[in-house]
Design a protein around this ligand. Structure first.
Ligand code: FEO
Length: 392
C-alpha cells in the first residue's frame, strides 16, 4: 500500500526487467502507474500492462475491495496502461470506464468486447463525492486518444504519458531519486515518444497553464511534487516542444575499419576547440534511442558512415529511418565518412538528414579508405560553419 496523498494510493507495477519499450532501450526498466482515489465513489486512474495485473489488484486490495470501484479512468488506450483493464473489470462489476472518444474507439479495437465506456471531452467534469475531476484531451501526447485528468480539490494532475520516465524504482517521488536521473530519463522519454508532436505539446501546456498544480502523477516513472521540480519539468517540456537547443553538438558514427571513427574523433577535437559541449556516439555501442536523445538536445548533428555495398551501414540507416519519424526541427547537420571505391551512397546519408528536417550547412567530407593527416586537417574546414551554427 503506497499512500501518495490523503486518499490517493499508487497501485501500479514496477517493470524491473523491461529492456525495450517498442524499440526504445530501457536499461532502467519502467513503471506503469495506476492511482486509486478513495471517495464516496472510488475511482482508479489507469491500469497496467497485462503481466502487472497481480500487482495492480494486490495494490487495490491493500486499500479496498476492487468491487467497490465505481470508475476507471483510461487516460490512454495503449496497452501498457489498458492491458489489465478487461481482467480488472471482472472484479469491478459496478465500474464505468471513462475515456476520450478516441479512447473508446481504441479500447474497442484492442479488446474486441463490450466495455462499460463513458466518453468525456476537454472541460468535462466528474464528481465522486468530495473529489471533482476535470478532463483534458491531449491528442498525440502520445496517441490520438490520450487525455489527462486533473483532480481540482487536491490540485493533482494525472498526466498519462506526458512528463513520464522509463525508470524502475522502489521510490515514487522525483526528489527521492534526485534530479539527474529523473530529468535525464524524462528527456530520453520525450525524445523517443513525444518529439514529433511539439505543436500539440505546446497546446496542452497552454491549457494546463491555467491550472494550479501541486503534484504531477505521470503514468511512467516518478511523481513530481516539489514546486521547483514541477516548474522544471514543465519548462523543459516547453523548451523541447519548441525544439530549442543548447550550444551543443552530437557526432554520430559507425565504422568498419576505424577510418570513419578516426574522422569522428578529429571532428570532436574541432568542437572542443570551440568549447562546444559534444557527445561522440558510436552506434556499435550506443542504442539509437540514446542517440536521438542527444539529437534532441543538440543544435548541430554530425553524422558519418563508411560505405557498405554502396549504402550507409545498417545502424546509420536504422537511425535515419527512426529520426525521419521523430521529425527534429531547428537542427543543422554535417556529414562525413570513408569509402572504398564509390561515393554514391553518401547521398543516402545527406538525404536522410534532410528528410528528417536537419538542414545541411556544409559539403560532406568523404575520404577514400584511410584518411591521411592532410585529409584529417581538411576537416578543419568545418570549423567556420560550426561557429556560424552555434552563434545563431
Ligand atoms: Fe505509456 Fe503511450 O503509453
Amino acid at each position: 500500500m503506497l499512500k501518495i496523498k490523503d486518499n490517493i494510493y499508487w497501485t501500479g507495477h514496477i517493470d524491473w526487467d523491461l529492456r525495450s519499450f517498442h524499440g526504445y532501450s530501457t536499461p532502467s526498466g519502467s513503471t506503469y502507474n495506476a492511482y486509486l482515489l478513495l471517495d464516496d465513489e472510488p475511482l482508479l486512474i489507469d491500469t497496467v500492462k497485462h503481466y502487472g495485473y497481480d500487482d495492480l489488484v494486490a495494490g487495490i486490495r491493500a486499500v479496498i475491495e476492487p468491487s467497490r470501484i465505481k470508475y476507471i479512468v483510461s487516460n490512454h488506450a495503449e496497452m501498457d496502461h489498458s492491458g489489465s483493464l478487461p481482467a480488472l473489470l471482472e472484479l469491478c462489476p459496478k465500474a464505468r470506464v471513462i475515456c476520450s472518444p478516441k479512447g473508446a474507439e481504441g479500447l474497442k479495437r484492442h479488446f474486441k468486447r463490450e466495455l462499460p465506456l463513458s466518453t468525456v471531452n476537454s472541460g468535462d467534469t466528474l464528481a465522486t463525492g468530495k473529489n471533482k475531476f476535470k478532463f483534458f484531451l491531449t491528442p498525440m501526447v502520445h496517441w490520438p486518444d490520450s487525455m489527462v485528468t486533473y483532480l481540482e480539490n487536491e490540485r493533482v494532475l494525472f498526466s498519462s504519458d506526458a512528463f513520464g520516465q522509463h525508470y524502475a524504482s522502489s521510490l515514487r517521488f522525483a526528489e527521492e531519486a534526485g534530479p539527474d536521473i529523473v530529468f535525464k530519463e524524462a528527456a530520453k522519454y520525450y525524445a523517443n515518444i513525444i518529439l514529433p508532436y511539439g505543436q500539440l505539446v505546446n497546446a496542452v501546456l497552454d491549457a494546463l497553464a491555467a491550472l494550479d498544480v501541486e503534484m504531477i502523477c505521470p503514468a511512467h516513472g516518478l511523481i513530481f511534487r516539489r514546486e521547483e521540480d514541477i516548474a522544471k519539468i514543465v519548462s523543459l517540456y516547453r523548451r523541447w516542444a519548441n525544439h530549442e537547443t543548447g550550444r551543443r553538438s552530437v557526432i554520430i558514427n559507425d565504422t568498419m575499419w576505424h577510418s570513419t571513427e578516426k574522422m569522428a574523433r578529429r571532428i570532436y577535437q574541432i568542437m572542443r576547440a570551440q568549447d562546444i559541449e559534444t557527445s561522440l556516439i558510436n552506434l556499435q555501442t550506443t542504442h539509437i534511442s540514446d542517440a536521438v536523445t542527444e539529437i534532441m538536445l543538440s543544435r548541430l548533428v554530425i553524422m558519418g558512415s563508411p560505405m557498405l555495398n554502396n549504402h550507409v551501414l545498417p545502424t546509420i540507416g536504422g537511425l535515419l529511418t527512426y529520426i525521419k519519424g521523430l521529425k527534429p526541427r531547428n537542427r543543422k547537420g554535417m556529414t562525413f565518412g570513408s569509402y572504398g571505391w564509390a561515393q554514391a551512397g553518401f547521398k543516402e546519408l545527406e538525404d536522410g538528414l534532410a528528410e528528417s528536417g536537419i538542414e545541411l550547412v556544409s559539403p560532406g567530407h568523404y575520404f577514400q579508405y584511410i584518411p591521411d593527416e592532410l585529409e584529417l586537417e581538411n576537416l578543419n574546414d568545418m570549423a567556420e560553419a560550426v561557429k556560424m551554427v552555434m552563434d545563431t
